[in-house]
Write a protein that binds this ligand. Structure first.
Ligand code: M6R
Length: 610
């Protein structure tokens, strides 16, 4: 769950590593460090507790010269955030330095063994065993030493290693944790993801499990962990170098909320252009016969992506008439799920690297399910391990709070559902045309919603000091309530519950009082009247209510204290539009509270540990 970067070339390694780490800070930010092989053949390590700014300052105070180095930004798993626990970790003689993302499961046993053999441990981390193992096997050949070390390791790793003895070589390897090698001219890079190297190159090798790279300034040799050569075509990063910049916005989250109309257009491009025509989903990799013989669909994911999966479950049953369920990925394996013949697993993930989701994918696949993933990061682990993948095409999402990925996940899933409904004849031609028309209108409606940002800000001003919030929804908008609450709590730290409005009277209504505000998603549709009833129940108990309603609704302004208006659309696609004012509401509340919006406390963008 950390970020790693490495550089070998002609530039100052500290500058490149710092810039690359900045792009990876979303992966963790409780401590950071850099190791550089200096021009005089010594290894210099700089580590700090806290964010990268502290590392930049330390390097400014004590500059380090050298054109080969590895850097790390950490999210603690083993051992608290401290200077000693932060990476890079070094061999006892201080000549080998290593950065690591992942978890070594047998580290305790290895630590005992290595201690007995005379290696001295200074940190509480699992990572330190790797560097001592490499040192143990090192006999002048760093790559060979790592190969031998890898045989002893159980668990996940992406590592970058440098050695003071060899100022012209960097070694990198992967098992389960993401790793790319950036291809330059007279310089090369390693990183946990492509975004970290995009400033310097658009060509990368995506490293697979149990593969490694031996990198010099002018060459990159890919092998498996046995040393057998690996042939790989470079991958061209499809977005421009400035895509990961804030572009005038105060926070990445704000920029990403505003990117939704464009991202939606790109997601629809080539898939749906005319409501009268069928949807084209390249990458789905399912024949019409396979779609017709489906007996069950299981959505699995974590966090925001799980909420998109809940919308998916609703749409899949309602429109495509296929029995469906949605499972939290972290819970799926525990109950040893029964997977029937004809089961399709739809795995949803922005990063494509979430460990719980990857484990759930493997479980379902092993039990015979066909796996299609709905993923943002191209060529990520989840994408590669799936039988089919439909990319959401949202572009890089840097803010820890997922925004554009959520609406694009729902849109992508809706495309899949509409395609299934078409192929299975589950919906009438008229229904399908109306649904496709509604999807095509979403980018424009998202734009309209963004133009109403000032209205949302005014509502935020009224409620930002409340200590508690309740988000209520029903039907297809129950996940919208859950997502609205998650967005608020993760960036503002206000306690928020996302709840079924129907369940409210079975417990949560006890919480209602003037200091708790309720957001009620009450767009016109099947559950509208019931939502009005729920709003009245809250008002009767002196709870302030913010309604989310379709433009032109005359009832909700009479019942609620404030209204967030959304353009009218069929209820089934409304989770895409209702999400946007709720993202903006959380954003402005958190901003008014002065929170660190792009890097909320205790969180990391990509959770690569179970
Ligand atoms: O990369 P993924 O979509 O697999 O990530 C899943 C969750 O960790 C993620 O959605 C998380 O809940 C976000 N911080 C929510 O904003």
């Amino acid at each position: 769950m950390c970020g790693i970067v490495g550089y070998i070339g002609e530039r100052q390694a500290t500058e490149v590593c710092l810039a690359g780490l900045k792009r990876l800070e979303y992966r963790g930010y409780d401590s950071a460090g850099i190791a550089v092989v200096q021009d005089d053949g010594t290894l210099e390590v700089t580590k700090v507790v806290g964010k990268l700014a502290n590392l930049a300052q330390a390097l400014e105070e004590q500059p380090v010269d050298g054109t080969l180095g590895v850097g790390h930004t950490r999210w603690a798993t083993h051992g608290k955030p401290s200077k000693i626990n932060s990476h890079p970790h070094t061999s006892n003689d201080g000549r080998i330095a290593l950065v690591h993302n992942g978890i070594i499961e047998n580290y305790a046993e290895l630590r005992d063994q290595l201690t007995e053999e005379g290696f001295e441990f200074v940190s509480e981390t699992d990572t330190e065993v790797i560097v001592h193992l490499v040192d143990k096997y090192y006999d002048g050949d760093l790559a060979e030493a790592f190969r031998m070390a890898a045989r002893d390791l159980e668990g996940a790793f992406a590592v970058g290693i440098v050695c003071a003895d060899n100022p012209d070589q960097m070694v990198a390897a992967r098992r389960f944790s993401p790793l790319v090698v950036g291809i330059g001219e007279g310089e090369n890079f390693i990183a946990s993801d492509m975004g970290a190297v995009r400033e310097w190159t658009d060509q990368v090798y995506v490293i697979d499990d149990d593969e490694m790279a031996v990198i010099t300034r002018d060459s990159i040799e890919l092998t498996d962990l046995e040393g057998n050569p690996v042939e790989r075509e470079p991958y061209t990063i499809p977005w421009p170098a400035d895509a990961a910049q804030k572009g005038g916005h105060k926070h990445f989250m704000h920029k990403e909320i505003h990117e939704q109309p464009r991202a939606m257009r790109e997601c629809l491009l080539g898939r749906l252009s005319d409501p009268e025509k069928s949807i084209n989903l390249e990458g789905l990799n399912m024949s019409e016969q396979e779609i017709q013989s489906l007996r069950k669909v299981v959505f699995t994911a974590c966090g925001t992506a799980y909420h998109a999966g809940l919308v998916g479950r609703f749409l899949m049953e309602k429109l495509a008439r296929i029995p469906s369920e949605a499972d939290l990925a972290a819970e799926l394996r525990a109950r040893d799920p029964v997977v029937l013949d004809g089961t399709l697993a739809i795995v949803v993930s922005q990063s494509g690297e979430t460990a719980d989701t990857l484990v759930a994918l493997r479980e379902l696949k092993e039990k015979g399910a066909k796996v299609v993933s709905v993923v943002n990061v191209v060529d990520s682990s989840i994408a590669r391990e799936s039988d089919g993948v439909v990319y959401i095409q949202a572009g890089p999402e840097i803010g820890v709070a997922s925004t554009k990925a959520y609406t694009l996940q729902i849109l992508t899933i809706a495309l899949i559902v509409a395609h299934f409904a078409d192929v299975r004849g589950a919906a009438s031609e008229h229904e399908l045309i109306e649904l496709r028309r509604a999807m095509l209108k979403l980018p424009e409606q998202a734009q309209e919603l963004l133009e109403r940002e000032e209205d949302v800000k005014r509502v935020a001003e009224k409620y930002y000091e409340s200590p508690n919030a309740l988000y209520l929804g029903r039907g297809v908008n129950l996940p919208s309530a859950m997502e609205g609450a998650l967005k608020l709590k993760e960036i503002s730290y206000i306690h928020a519950e996302g709840y079924s409005a129907g369940e409210m009277k079975h417990g949560p209504i006890a919480l209602v009082e003037p200091n708790l505000f309720t957001v009620a998603i009450a767009v016109k549709g099947d559950v509208y009247d019931k939502m009005i009833g729920n709003i009245q129940e809250i008002k009767a108990r002196s709870g302030p209510v913010i309604g989310v309603a379709f433009d032109g609704d005359t009832e909700i302004p009479r019942q609620a204290d404030d209204v967030l208006w959304v353009p009218e659309c069929p209820e089934l696609v409304s989770p895409v539009t209702t999400a946007i004012p709720l993202q903006l509401l959380s954003y402005h509340i958190a901003d008014m509270l002065g929170r660190e919006i792009d890097q909320p406390r205790n969180l990391a963008k990509t959770v690569t540990v179970e």
